[in-house]
Design a protein. Sequence first.
Length: 376
Amino acid sequence: MRKGAIQAPPEEEVIRRLEEFGRRIAESVLKGEEPVIEVPVRTLANTIWDEKRKLLVLGPKKALRSYFDIGESKKFMQTLLMLSLILRARREGDYPTIRDLYYTGKHTIYYIDEAGRRRSEETWDDQRESNSVIQDIEVAVNLLREHMGIMHDAKGKIVGNMVIRSKGYEIDLSRMGSGAYAIPPNVDKLEIVSVDAEYVLVVEKDAIFERLNEEEFWKKNRCILVTGKGQPDRSTRRMVRRLWEEFNLPVYVLTDADSYGFYIYSVYRSGSISLSYESERLATPGARFLGVAVSDIERYKIPKNFIIKATERDIKRAKELLSYPWFKESKAWVRELELFIERGEKVEIEALSGHGFKFLSQTYIPEKISTGSFLY
């Protein structure tokens, strides 16, 4: 394991941090002081590109939520309500979903306004509001929601010469038949017993993952095969990070040659704007872009019938990527994005099938890895 690898905190530490967060507020009330919650600001304006670490990180700006501030009082109370629900679940050993927490905390508060009229207020109007509060607590106590026992829909899959231990059971990921192991919400609860691989191949699309798995690409090429089924969830990103961090495995990302595929790669590598506060645990700065690249259209002579005209939305997104420092600092990426905008063309991974169904697995991937022809 790499020195300094980030480990999940024990259950006792999770409860202690949550209690400490609430205790500070309670002590202010008991002292007759104004109760205030300090939460780091989770906005684009407070997201910083750390060039040295190659990560998107949260900046220093913090918001103060005062119970006596009419504009902040509801958010203040929502935060304490959610904190109490999470803490109760941890003390009782429960594992609620984010939807469970939304429903459990949702209720109507009735009151009489200054004119004597009966009014009502919902604790939160929709799940986006309660999810935002969960994220506030995450960043305030420096814990992943998975560490707090909060479950979510996980969609990632993994297969290869790898053995894990979960709840005392050893699971051999090379013995999944035609299937693959579903990456669970809390990856840090898994013990990675052994890994026999030369690299990790992250595939954007589930269908391509399934094809490579059926061909047993991972066995023939001694790799770990992973997919997040498009935009990756937190669990998939955490698993990739652990394999890179703890086992020094190179990580290669295979996506479609379009602006959305390129961004998916950057999420694995540098983190996402919305979760910049967790980049240290979720992003993999050592990840490399394997392809498919726009320049591959000429390099691999992609047949014309596999080339797709880029939409205005695709072009607009590519121009946005050009403004991001984590793309802008790479001359290769600038050239690639400018080529995409200039040509107005994109291709999917499946376009490589124009040279035969086995071209992707037998030629394209091995050739790119052996020659080291990566963009970034």
